[in-house]
Write a protein that binds this ligand. Structure first.
Ligand SMILES: [Zn+2]
Length: 347
């Protein structure tokens, strides 16, 4: 098969012909139709996340099962699937209560610990393939459907984890980025008042188009006042996709009474510390929480949601696609934050 190999951090992709993957018992192989290209993947390419090389990157797939081996549950050849990003044990306490991202025996990520979707075929443990419902057609919207497993499922989990309710005032920091835009869509779908916060004003038109009521430029001196104005004195929830010291402190300062701050950890292993006043935490009963990807069930529900509510504009925004030959350019643009929403490899 053809595959885009990465031989080391910071290197260009190399299009090579390699052996087709063969499934071991409990594994399946799928033919890749599309694979999302997001910042999570770019962090590996740029060397901010280390992986064993050579490696085939990519995890947000729309694919069709072509081969199974042994017990693969309900998977059958011909079935359209996407993938669950985390390699988990399936039997520890956290896996059993559907919080697989906390798995005690975590085995790494697809496209890092094992080869991913920047190839004609992908081999995974059968339990990592997620069946795509009939309401979605991967042969028409492969790129968009491929990225649902992250772009919609991650914000979907944030809504639940942050107990975000209709009419609440919600701010999204890093709103113009690959996940930020989708978070705006989901917050709008949840009937919230949505404020988009970003450092790049050129992304505000897209933010407004995809769910934001107001945009705030985080680089201006009066950003704090603008955030208080936008929220009528403080947000019920702030979702921070940037998660730098500066963004987290700005986010915390803009919370209202009963406010919840959700950090998605930022890019490339950001190790930002931030300060929060204990009396503010107490008096307003502020909650600070991390939100890590999502459960397998939340991927299933996200697919169902987009499929059943196609008229609600929940289909992920994919603004760039290419074959193998254009993916280097896409990753270059991802590195320089030049892509609004998502990009994808389409085969
Ligand atoms: Zn586990």
């Amino acid at each position: 098969m053809k595959a885009l190999m990465l031989h080391g951090p910071g290197q260009p992709f190399s299009l090579e012909t390699v052996d087709d993957p063969k499934p071991s018992p409990g594994e399946a192989v799928a033919k890749v139709i599309a694979c999302g290209a997001g910042l999570t993947v770019q962090h590996v390419k740029a060397g901010r996340t280390t992986v064993p090389f050579p490696r085939i990157l990519g995890h947000e797939i729309a694919a069709e099962i072509v081969e199974t081996n042994g017990d693969c549950g309900s998977l059958k050849a011909g079935m359209p699937v996407t993938a669950y990003f985390y390699l988990t044990c399936g039997h520890c306490k956290w896996c059993l209560i559907n919080r697989q991202t906390l798995c005690k025996n975590f085995g790494g990520y697809i496209g890092r610990a094992c080869d991913g979707g920047y190839a004609e075929y992908i081999k995974l443990p059968a339990k990592n393939f997620v069946p795509i419902p009939e309401t979605l057609n991967i042969y028409e919207n492969a790129a968009e459907i491929g990225v649902i497993c992250d772009a919609i499922a991650t914000p979907y989990k944030v809504l639940r984890r942050g107990r975000i309710a209709p009419l609440e005032r919600v701010a999204v920091f890093g709103a113009g980025g690959g996940l930020g835009i989708q978070m705006l869509k989901m917050a709008r779908w949840a009937n919230c008042h949505v404020t988009a916060v970003d450092v790049d004003k050129s992304k505000f038109a897209a933010c407004l188009e995809h769910g934001a009521d107001i945009c705030v430029d985080a680089t201006t001196n009066d950003a704090h006042e603008a955030l208080l104005d936008a929220s009528g004195g403080g947000f019920d929830a702030v979702i921070d996709f940037v998660s730098s010291t500066k963004s987290l402190e700005m986010a915390a300062d803009s919370l209202g009474t009963g406010g919840r701050l959700l950090t998605l950890g930022g890019g490339g292993g950001s190790k930002a510390d931030f300060k929060l006043n204990a009396m503010t935490l107490l008096n307003k009963e502020i909650e600070v929480m991390g939100s890590r990807y999502c459960s397998y069930q939340e991927v299933l529900e996200s697919l169902q949601l987009v499929g059943e509510q196609a008229d609600k504009g929940l289909m992920p925004l994919v603004t760039r696609t290419s074959g193998f030959d254009g993916l280097e350019d896409i990753h270059n643009d991802l590195e320089h934050s030049r892509i609004t929403g998502r990009a994808a490899l389409v085969l």
